[in-house]
Design a binder for this molecule. Structure first.
Ligand SMILES: Nc1ncnc2c1ncn2[C@@H]1O[C@H](COP(=O)(O)OP(=O)(O)OP(=O)(O)O)[C@@H](O)[C@H]1O
Ligand SMILES: [Mg+2]
Length: 252
């Protein structure tokens, strides 16, 4: 693998970086299930840049969640390499990877993963609390983030009192609250109506463009396509095509 290019001294100069936000080379991952091997990633090559929203589409079971999980440093790969802003998450030791994830990556999980015993604001505050932000400041920021996703007034309620779409927005607020440089979203509009979904996608898109973040969105939802800068098609554990113009998929 070639050496990463200069990234503005590795400091806050993400806007000037020429290092891809995401770079996967030959990424492989299998699961063992009841004594059988299930191959989820068969050699994934993919790049995404800061400032763009990359959509990842493909049939159920093709490996999308597995790929996001490896990228986000929550799952070990078996082979190949995944770099996030030039840092190899696949080579990091677990502790270092956890630290890197906390500082750089937000994850909207397919099944939300909200903690039922915590309020919505506390759920959203978790990434900040884990980074050592004082509790009051973390909760204040969480409350502001919940307003951004349209959940003003529900901050001190609990996730199980919310609709599926409202829970999904809590999960999105949690992924955004620490202002990560890479945000990976697994079906973020699956429980949202058309208008709410469009508003959330526009929010994510604005964050990508205005703050030079990289956003990778797994979706089955054709209404999301118009927000993407590029669309990567996945099939049976591989990226088989990348569309530079998402309109190709809308009209083709
Ligand atoms: N923990 C696991 N143990 C065993 N097999 C798994 C596990 N997680 C995923 N798999 C298998 O790996 C393959 C890829 O799964 P993955 O969840 O990445 O697919 P996906 O593209 O996200 O699907 P969907 O669109 O349904 O969410 C599937 O065949 C799945 O059954
Ligand atoms: Mg999935």
């Amino acid at each position: 693998m070639s050496a990463p290019q200069e990234s503005g001294g590795g400091g806050r100069g993400a806007a000037l970086t020429t290092v891809p936000a995401v770079r996967c080379v030959g990424l492989r991952k299998s699961y063992r299930s009841n004594g059988n091997e299930v191959v989820a990633l068969r050699g994934v090559d993919l790049e995404a840049r800061a400032g763009e929203m990359l959509l990842l589409v493909g049939p159920s079971g093709c490996g999308k969640t597995t790929l996001l999980s490896v990228l986000a440093g929550v799952l070990d790969a078996d082979g190949g390499e995944a770099e996030v802003f030039g840092a190899s998450v696949t080579r990091m030791r677990p502790r270092q990877r956890t630290e890197f994830r906390l500082r750089n990556i937000g994850f909207v999980f397919q099944h939300f993963n909200l903690l039922p015993s915590l309020s919505n604001a506390e759920n959203v505050a978790i990434p900040l609390l884990l980074r050592g932000t004082p509790r009051a400041a973390a909760v204040d920021k969480a409350v502001a983030e919940l307003r951004l996703v349209g959940l003003e007034g529900r901050e001190h309620d609990h996730p199980h009192h919310l609709s599926g779409g409202q829970q999904q927005r809590v999960a999105i607020a949690r992924a955004l609250v620490a202002e990560p440089r890479l945000i990976v979203c697994d079906e973020p509009t699956a429980s949202l109506d058309g208008d709410t979904g469009a508003r959330i996608l526009q929010l994510l898109k604005d964050i990508a463009v205005d703050r030079e973040r990289c956003i990778v969105v797994v979706t089955h939802d054709a209404r999301v396509f118009r927000f993407g800068d590029r669309i990567a098609e996945m099939l049976d554990g591989r990226i088989v095509k990348v569309h530079d113009d998402p309109k190709e998929l809308l009209h083709g």
